[in-house]
Ligand binder design. Structure first.
Ligand code: SAH
Length: 506
C-alpha cells in the first residue's frame, strides 16, 4: 500500500483564528489527527466527523507519550494509507520536536509536508502589546529553550553571547527555570533594570501578563504564583506594552460567559463574545428537534399552497420548513406569489440560502408589533405560521382578531439538553463564571431546572429580549442586561455597555 502523507501542521499559539489557511485545509482533509496538549481543542471540531483524533500530550492519568512512540505512531498511521495531520502548538519546528518527527518520517520513506505555524514566541508577546523587534529598541531576537535536554550535559546555551549580544530574548518552557535564567543573564552582565514580561496562555481569553525587571521578576513571579505555560520576554521592547496593550484591554476581557443556546446556533454568539475579549463557555441547554409535519405539508401543496402570507418567527422555523419542502422534492418556487414576513434580522437572513427574501420585517421583533404593523389589512388574508410547538399565542390570536385566517403549523420543538451539569455547577461554585446569557425563554426554564441551586450572587444575567427577561424574572433571576435590539449582536453590545458602566463606577 502506498503510504499516506503526514502533514506537520502548526496550530498556532492558541486563539483558533491563528492557524494558517493551509494548516486548516490539512486539518479538514485528514483521516487522522495526532495532537498535543497546547493545541486549542476548538480546532479539533474542524476535523472530518469520521476522522480519528489521537491525543499524545500529557494527561493527569497517564504518562506522556515518549517521542519515539509518537514517531512510530506517525509512521504506522501513514503506512495504513491514511492522511495524517500532526497538529502541534505554535510552529512545529520551534521547540516542538517537529524536526525529530520529520527525521523519523524521512528515514522510513513516509512522505511528509511541513505547514509552519504562528509561534507563541512571537504571538504571545504580540497579544501582550510587545513587538519582539522594533526599529529603535531591538534589532536582534533569540528564541531560547528554558528546558534544555538534561542528557546534553552542562548548559549548551552561550549565556555570555545571549546576555550581551541579543536585544530581545524570548524563552519558551522557561517559567519553572526562571530563577536560573535570570541569574545567568545577570551574571553575564545584563542590566538588572532590563524589563521582563511573562505572558501566560497568550492569545487565549485567559491570557495573563506579569511585568517586572531582571532585578525583581523572580520575586514577583513567586508572589503571584505564576504558572506555565508562558513565554518569558526579556528586553527593552517590553516597555512598549504600556502604549501598545490592545488585547487585555478589550471590553469583555477576562469575562467567562455561559452561552446556553442550542449548539448549532451558539457559535455566532461565542464568536462575537470572543471578539470582545470574553471567554465563551458553550453549555447548550436545549436542542432543536424537527417535528413530523410532512403529511400536512403535502396536503397544502396538493391544494396549491393556498396562502397570501407565510410568517416566520425564527431562523429555526425557516430552516426546518424549507428542509421539509426539499425532502418532498420542492423548492422556493412553492412560494410563488406568496409574501413572506419575518421577525428579526436572523430570521430574515435564514431565508437567503434558499433564494428567498422577506417582504416584511417589522422594526421591533415582538409578535405584538408584527401584527400591529402588518403592511396590509389582515381581513381575509390566509396566513401560514410555521413555528415552534411551544410558541406564544399572541401573534395568531391578534391576526385572527383582525380577520385573518391563520394556520399555525408546528414544525419544530425545543427539548432540554442534558450536558455535563456537574462540571458547570462546579464552575459556578468556584466563581468561575461572570456572565450567563439567555436567548430564549426555554433556555431560562431549562437553566432553572438543571442548575436551579447554583450560586448566582455577582453573576451578570443578560437576556436577548424583554420576553426572555420576563421569564427570567418570573423564575426568580435578577436580570442585569436586556438587549435594546433583540438580536445576538444587540445582546453583546448591551453586555459590553453594562460591563463598561460597571468599570467606570469602580
Ligand atoms: N512549538 C511551540 C512551542 C512548544 S514548547 C510554539 O511554536 O509556540 C511549549 C512552550 O511554548 C510552553 O512551555 C510555553 O513556553 C510556550 N507556549 C505555547 N503556547 C503558549 C501560549 N499560548 N502562551 C504562552 N506560551 C506558550
Amino acid at each position: 500500500m502506498t503510504p499516506g502523507t503526514v502533514y506537520l501542521v502548526g496550530a498556532g499559539p492558541g486563539e483558533a483564528g491563528l492557524i494558517t489557511v493551509k494548516g486548516l485545509r490539512c486539518l479538514r482533509a485528514a483521516d487522522v489527527v495526532v495532537y498535543d496538549r497546547l493545541v486549542n481543542p476548538q480546532l479539533l471540531r474542524e476535523a472530518k466527523p469520521e476522522a480519528e483524533l489521537i491525543y499524545v500530550g500529557k494527561a493527569p492519568d497517564r504518562q506522556a507519550f515518549k517521542q519515539e512512540e509518537i514517531n512510530d505512531l506517525l509512521v504506522d498511521l501513514a503506512r495504513q494509507g491514511r492522511t495524517v495531520c500532526r497538529l502541534k502548538g505554535g510552529d512545529p519546528f520551534v521547540f516542538g520536536r517537529g524536526g525529530e518527527e520529520a527525521e523519523a518520517l524521512a528515514a522510513n520513506g513516509v512522505p511528509f509536508e511541513v505547514v509552519p505555524g504562528v509561534t507563541s514566541a512571537v504571538a504571545a508577546p504580540a497579544y501582550a502589546g510587545i513587538p519582539v523587534t522594533h526599529r529603535q529598541w531591538a534589532s536582534s531576537l533569540a528564541f531560547i529553550t528554558g528546558h534544555e535536554d538534561p542528557t546534553k550535559g552542562p548548559s549548551a546555551l552561550r549565556w555570555e553571547q545571549l546576555a550581551g549580544g541579543v536585544d530581545t530574548l524570548v524563552f519558551l518552557m522557561g517559567v519553572g527555570r526562571l530563577p536560573a535564567i535570570v541569574e545567568n543573564l545577570l551574571r553575564h552582565g545584563r542590566d538588572p533594570r532590563t524589563p521582563v514580561a511573562l505572558v501566560r496562555w497568550g492569545t487565549y481569553p485567559v491570557q495573563e501578563t506579569l511585568v517586572g525587571t531582571l532585578g525583581d521578576i523572580v520575586e514577583k513571579a513567586q508572589v503571584a504564583n505564576f504558572q506555565p505555560p508562558a513565554v518569558v520576554v526579556v528586553g527593552e521592547v517590553v516597555r512598549l506594552r504600556e502604549k501598545l496593550r490592545w488585547f487585555d484591554t478589550k471590553p469583555l476581557f477576562g469575562q467567562r460567559v455561559l452561552v446556553t443556546r442550542a449548539r448549532a446556533q451558539a457559535s455566532v454568539l461565542a464568536e462575537l463574545l470572543r471578539e470582545q475579549g470574553a471567554q465563551p463557555i458553550e453549555f447548550p441547554l436545549l436542542r432543536i428537534v424537527p417535528l413530523d409535519f410532512q403529511a400536512r405539508l403535502e396536503e397544502l401543496l396538493a391544494a396549491g399552497f393556498p396562502f397570501d402570507w407565510v410568517l416566520f418567527t425564527s431562523a429555526n422555523g425557516v430552516t426546518v420548513f424549507l428542509e421539509a419542502l426539499r425532502k418532498l422534492g420542492c423548492d422556493a418556487r412553492v412560494f410563488g406569489g406568496v409574501k413572506i414576513g419575518t421577525i428579526g434580522p436572523a430570521t430574515k437572513e435564514a431565508l437567503a440560502p434558499w433564494g428567498l427574501k422577506a417582504d416584511y420585517c417589522p422594526r421591533t421583533f415582538v409578535a405584538e408589533q408584527l401584527a400591529a404593523e402588518f403592511p396590509e389589512p389582515p381581513q381575509g388574508l390566509r396566513i401560514l405560521l410555521p413555528r415552534a410547538r411551544e410558541a406564544r399565542e399572541v401573534l395568531p390570536r391578534t391576526l385572527a382578531e383582525r380577520g385573518a385566517r391563520v394556520e399555525v403549523l408546528p414544525v419544530y420543538q425545543t427539548v432540554r439538553e442534558e450536558g455535563n451539569v456537574p462540571a458547570i455547577q462546579e464552575q459556578f461554585q468556584r466563581g468561575e463564571i461572570e456572565v450567563v446569557t439567555f436567548t430564549s425563554s426555554s433556555s431560562v426554564r431549562y437553566f432553572r431546572e438543571l442548575l436551579g441551586e447554583v450560586p448566582l450572587a455577582g453573576v451578570t444575567i443578560a437576556c436577548l429580549g424583554p420576553q426572555t427577561a420576563e421569564t427570567a424574572r418570573q423564575l426568580g433571576l435578577s436580570v442585569d442586561v436586556v438587549a435594546e435590539e433583540y438580536t445576538v449582536p444587540g445582546l453583546v453590545r448591551a453586555l459590553v455597555q453594562h460591563v463598561q458602566r460597571g468599570k467606570e463606577h469602580g
